[in-house]
Design a protein around this ligand. Structure first.
Ligand code: DX5
Ligand code: ZN
Length: 215
């Protein structure tokens, strides 16, 4: 399973060291919050651009923002590989997906826990990534919401039945116990913030999430 360390819990004063400490993770997950879609504010495309200077990983940008479409080109210029915006924040998700593809980006849609998963149906054939929030967006360190498992399974079945290509990503409360559950439900990518950045042996933590504990 792909592990995407979340730059929500990382020590922003030691960015380069923090990135180096999660070398084995192929993705980096940027949790962008604007203080409107969610109460907290974190950073924007400028952080992505500064990190791009010293990392060649797959930059996965999770926009917890209102009017996400307005900043898509900023993330393209900053070096993002994928941009995920919230279904709840967009008046026209299909147009947003097309705009991301026109910018050469992978397109993702995220849903908050209370949003019926079926609302994604019209967009799934065009998406590269679906982000199932397993916590209420807005901060790290929350407990995993087990109702996410049925939503992941629904997406996995929908994809198999129709031969679609989107990756299923899960974000929030991912740790050594919840990662195997979401993998079994059909997830391909897990975002992890506190589980990784609150530990010193981050490479071991990444391996545990990706493959489970060594036998
Ligand atoms: C919520 C954020 C967090 C973050 C991961 O808005 O999206 O879920 O990525 O945080 P942890 O892994 O600490 O739950
Ligand atoms: Zn996130």
């Amino acid at each position: 399973m792909i592990v995407a360390p979340s730059f929500l819990t990382a020590d922003m004063r030691r960015l380069e060291a923090e990135i180096t400490s999660v070398q084995s993770a192929a993705w980096l997950h940027f949790d962008v919050m604007d203080g409107k879609f969610v109460p907290a504010s974190t950073y924007d495309h400028r952080l992505v651009a500064s990190v791009r200077a010293y990392s060649d990983r797959f930059f996965d940008c999770h926009l917890m923002t209102v009017d996400p479409e307005a900043s898509f080109s900023d993330y393209a210029q900053a070096g993002a590989a994928s941009v995920t915006f919230h279904l709840e924040a967009s008046a026209d998700p299909a147009a947003g997906i097309a705009a991301l593809h026109a910018l050469g980006l992978k397109a993702g849609l995220a849903v908050k826990p209370a949003t019926p998963i079926e609302r994604l149906s019209p967009y799934l054939s065009d998406l590269d990534l679906v982000l199932v929030m397993s916590v209420e967006p807005g901060r790290g360190g929350q407990a995993f919401m087990p109702e996410a498992l049925d939503r992941i399974a629904w997406l996995s079945a929908f994809r198999a039945e129709r031969g679609l290509r989107y990756l299923i990503q899960v974000d929030g409360g991912i740790n050594g116990n919840t990662a195997p559950l979401v993998r079994r439900a059909g997830a391909d990518v897990v975002v992890a913030g506190s589980f990784l950045f609150n530990r010193t042996d981050r490479e071991a933590a990444i391996a545990e999430l990706a493959h489970g504990l060594p036998d």
